[in-house]
Design a protein around this ligand. Structure first.
Ligand code: NA7
Length: 556
């Protein structure tokens, strides 16, 4: 068995081919679903550190996960590039050079391909393979996995690396089938792109995606109509090409940057200021917000420590951003529609943008408030709202988000002990332990599952923590001849309570129309899904659980 040390020393070229799964091999120690950040790192850990036979099953034809599918105009990461990457390998961290403050989708894919090639991961990935079902066979203690093509594979461990935002939500608006133009969802963007030249485009949705796509589509479309249901805050991203000096700073400060990312609540490489909104005078506060606005990005949220805990504190940030919207947008009526925001700042996922509000100053961009005048139908030629107004369109872009967090898991037919469907176990909302394991589903691990910080954190940091924990757990099982691990129901109960307590200490659950609560999907149980207690605290909890002999899990 290779030790972690020897395995890490192997160069891709020298990696032994005996570990490459033959096409017909169907039994594995571990099957991993998804080849994004999570799947790639989990594969590396299990195959190269623990020397297990492991295979990744990936629906797409390449690595990238969310970045494989989200190629819409303007698709760009909201985390800064030097923090949106793996930190597990210092050499990898230092050898990759990002070109911009926020990487665009193509650059993230290049990075993930580089990682996959550097560690020779692709030979252990089956692309174009969508998992449709996974059933636990108790007698054999194995997961029976079925793919869309009817292939059947088995493994002792099943690890979902399916991402939190990978099930596109196309709203059920009457008449879509009758539309004679073209429609696309941003999360399933055609690889060849969409040509908007000379087209009348309608874009539905003003979350992070719609806010990124609007100014870019407006550049080439003949006309763009943005259909806004919930007005949204956004802070300028201030994206720039990285200077050689900054790239050197990143290389030279790897240990410090990695440490900061691991100890901050959101997993970013900046710290949240330890001051309250009301520790400073109104003038000082204004100056702090102005400075944060100039810096741009998600760091705006870190200007004060109490923005997400205290509504009165939050109001000061909200009012500041609304005043900026009114300053930027020249048409008064449009500015009011954009600034008429009804929820606390950052209580929904806070977007950052490049010229979003500015786009509404263009002659070819219009805003429609579909809260006041809801979309009633899609017709052969466009969109009709309740008032009877028709918007003639050639292309409709759905920037309408995802069935977040539980969607990617529940669209597979996952069944645990006694054939219990996951959909049944979660019919009142997701229930698990540490976001990692569901009671009744032995040896199934869900990377960044609901109940973990995931979407409230810079994702690669959350992913590395979960993968490291799972890898440590499997190594522990092997060392102690444990065949099966399963969350105890009482530990699940306690964890669900912890997730609720953490959420209720913030303003986050107070937004009725948030996808954090599942509110964007009709019929989905309203349960606050991510763990809001912060990544650093979550890491300490998980470490403590492992140190106490995997407390709360049944090992047999
Ligand atoms: P989001 O944040 O879920 O945004 C989806 C947007 O689409 C949001 O403005 C929704 O309004 C709107 N929407 C959804 N359904 C409809 C219908 N039926 N009619 C009108 N408007 C609708 O998804 P994104 O893709 O922007 O971002 C997802 C995450 O990706 C983001 O948070 C980052 O983490 C990266 P609503 O707010 O529900 O009223």
């Amino acid at each position: 068995m290779a030790t972690a040390k020897t395995a890490r020393k192997k160069s891709p070229q020298r990696a032994p081919t005996r570990k490459a799964p033959a096409r017909k091999q169907s039994a594995f120690d571990a099957l991993i679903i998804g080849a994004g950040f999570s799947g790639l790192y989990q594969l590396y850990c299990l195959r190269d550190r623990l020397d297990l036979s492991a295979l990744v099953l990936e629906a797409g034809d390449g690595v990238g996960g969310t970045w494989y599918w989200n190629r819409y105009p303007g698709a760009r990461c909201d985390s800064e590039s030097h923090s949106y990457c793996f930190t597990f390998d210092e050499k990898l961290y230092k050898e990759w050079q990002w070109s911009e403050r926020y990487p665009g989708h193509a650059e993230v894919r290049r990075y993930l391909n580089h990682v996959a090639d550097r560690f020779d991961l692709k030979r252990s990935i089956r692309f174009g393979t969508r998992v449709t079902a996974a059933h636990y066979d108790e007698a054999a203690n194995r997961w029976q996995v079925t793919t869309e093509a009817g292939e059947r594979l088995t493994a002792k461990f099943l690890i979902t690396a399916v991402g939190c935002l990978s099930t596109a939500n196309v709203p059920n608006i009457p008449g879509l089938d009758s539309f004679k133009g073209r429609w696309v969802h941003t999360g399933q963007w055609p690889h060849e792109g969409v040509d908007f030249t000379g087209k009348r485009v309608g874009l539905i949705g003003t979350g992070s995606t719609g806010i990124q796509a609007t100014p870019v589509i407006a550049e080439t479309a003949k006309h763009l109509t943005v259909f806004q249901r919930t007005p949204n805050y956004s802070v300028p991203a201030r994206n720039v090409p990285l200077t050689a000096e900054f790239q050197r700073y990143v290389r030279e400060n790897y240990p410090e940057l990695a440490r900061t990312m691991r100890r901050t609540p959101n997993g970013h490489a900046f710290v949240i200021e330890d001051r309250s909104v009301f520790d400073v005078t109104p003038e000082e506060r204004q100056a702090i917000y102005e400075a944060a606005w100039e810096v741009g990005g998600l760091q705006f949220r870190a200007a004060f420590r109490d923005l997400l805990a205290d509504k009165a504190a939050n109001d000061t940030a909200a009012d500041f951003i609304k005043s900026k919207i009114r300053q930027v947008v020249k048409d008064k009526a449009t500015a009011e529609k954009l600034a008429n925001i009804d929820h606390p700042y950052a209580a929904k996922r806070p977007p950052i943008d490049t010229d979003y509000f500015e786009a509404f100053n263009r002659d070819n961009v219009a805003l429609v408030d579909v809260r006041a005048d809801p979309i009633e139908a899609i017709t052969a030629t466009g969109i009709r709202t309740r008032s009877g107004t028709e918007y003639p369109l050639d292309i409709i872009v759905f920037a309408t988000g995802f069935d977040a967090m539980t969607g990617p898991l529940l669209r597979m037919d996952i069944r645990g002990r006694d054939g219990l469907p996951l959909a049944e176990a979660w019919k009142a909302g997701p229930r698990n332990y540490l976001g990692l394991q569901v009671a009744g589903f032995p040896n199934l691990f869900t990377i960044t599952g609901p109940g973990s910080p995931s979407v409230l954190c810079n994702m690669p940091v959350a992913i590395e923590q979960h993968v490291d924990w799972i890898t440590g757990c499997i190594a522990h099982m092997r060392a102690n001849r444990v065949e099966r691990i399963e969350a105890r129901p009482e530990a699940v109960e306690r964890w669900v309570e912890q997730v609720n307590i953490a959420a209720n200490a913030t303003l986050l659950p107070q937004v009725p129309h948030s996808w954090y609560l599942g509110a964007n999907i009709p019929g989905k149980p309203r349960v606050f899904m991510p763990y809001a207690g912060g990544m650093a605290r979550f890491r300490a909890i998980c470490d403590g659980v492992a140190a106490r002999g995997y407390e709360g899990f049944a090992l047999s």
